[in-house]
Design a protein around this ligand. Structure first.
Ligand code: GTP
Length: 294
């Protein structure tokens, strides 16, 4: 069993607990308005794939807590960190202070976990008008990457109200999944055998994409996170009716798409555009492939 520590940090009210609750605890975006401030650190364990446990440290962002993370709690908080996710509230009026805390955080990471991967989320982008988003994001990204040297940080624009949240978290989780390359190879072989245009592998509880294989180009580069978002919403609607989401088949005149349970912790999505391949055949192929993925 592999346990990986993920630190979630940033100023109070920035949206840390909101995103954690949506991705890992089946909250809807609307539900997050009820969340109170996190007191000190809230730890949670999420079993992610069979042998991977994410240990999330949601660090409350009120100043008194932040100060104590860099003083008395420093060793405990910053040791053995695999991933640091720092959330910046785009609406914050105190940008300098936010950057100062981010820098303190990086210094502690350098001291205690210098190999940690660093992600900055420029969050609540829905509050910025659409035509300004790219300019503002790029400006922030440049500042953060400069400030982070000698460490490297990857920046994402996010909002809990659209699929950008899934894009960022899929990329983060991707870094944590053991043997990603092996998984990709297996998907490639499978896609070739069953003549699929595309195959995606989702983690079951979060619906984050953990691996994919594309054999036919597609013009929508955001389709993965859109699918995660849509299916997650659909799963939530099912659970309101006390029904559990199990599988799905969508078909039109040009393609068929199947979402099926793959292993106890994953769903697989298969897209096929050859009209001569029947649903039954593809479903049988998916079922036969399960043991290869376990
Ligand atoms: P602390 O626990 O005090 O550190 O705060 P936090 O960073 O955990 O903030 P929290 O998740 O509690 O969110 C505060 C508020 O921001 C909630 O009312 C959320 O609904 C709201 N919020 C979170 N994400 C977004 C977003 O992407 N867009 C908008 N407009 N509001 C958001």
């Amino acid at each position: 069993m592999m346990r990986k520590k993920v630190l979630l940090m940033g100023k109070s009210g920035g949206g840390k607990t909101s995103m954690r609750s949506i991705i890992f605890a089946n909250y809807s975006a609307k539900d997050t308005r009820r969340l109170g401030a996190t007191m000190d650190v809230e730890q949670s364990y999420v079993r992610f794939l069979g042998n991977l446990i994410l240990n999330l440290w949601d660090c409350g962002g009120q100043e008194a807590f932040m100060e104590s993370y860099f003083a008395t709690q420093k060793d405990n908080i910053f040791k053995n960190v695999e991933v640091l996710i720092y959330v910046f509230d785009i609406q914050s009026q105190e940008v300098d202070k936010d950057l100062h805390y981010y820098q303190s955080c990086l210094e502690s990471i350098l001291q205690h976990s210098c190999n940690a991967k660093i992600f900055c989320l420029i969050h609540k982008m829905d509050l910025i008008s659409e035509e300004m988003r790219t300019t503002i994001f790029t400006e922030r990204e440049n500042i953060l990457q400069d400030l982070s040297k000698p460490l490297q940080c990857s920046c994402f624009r996010t909002s809990i109200y659209d699929e950008t949240l899934y894009r960022a978290w899929s990329q983060i989780v991707y870094q944590l999944v053991p043997n990603v390359k092996g998984l990709e190879k297996t998907l490639e072989n499978f896609a070739e055998i069953i003549d699929a245009d595309e195959i995606l592998l989702f983690e079951k509880a979060t619906f984050l994409v953990i691996s994919h294989c594309t054999r036919k180009e597609h013009r929508d580069s955001h389709r993965f996170e859109k699918i995660s978002d849509i299916i997650k919403q659909f799963k939530l609607s099912c659970s309101k009716l006390a029904a559990a989401f199990q599988s799905m088949e969508v078909r039109n005149s040009t393609f068929a798409c199947f979402i099926e349970l793959c292993t106890p912790n994953t769903y697989v999505m298969v897209v096929i555009s050859d009209p001569t391949i029947s649903s039954e055949v593809t479903l049988m192929n998916i079922r036969s492939a399960r043991k290869v993925f376990e």
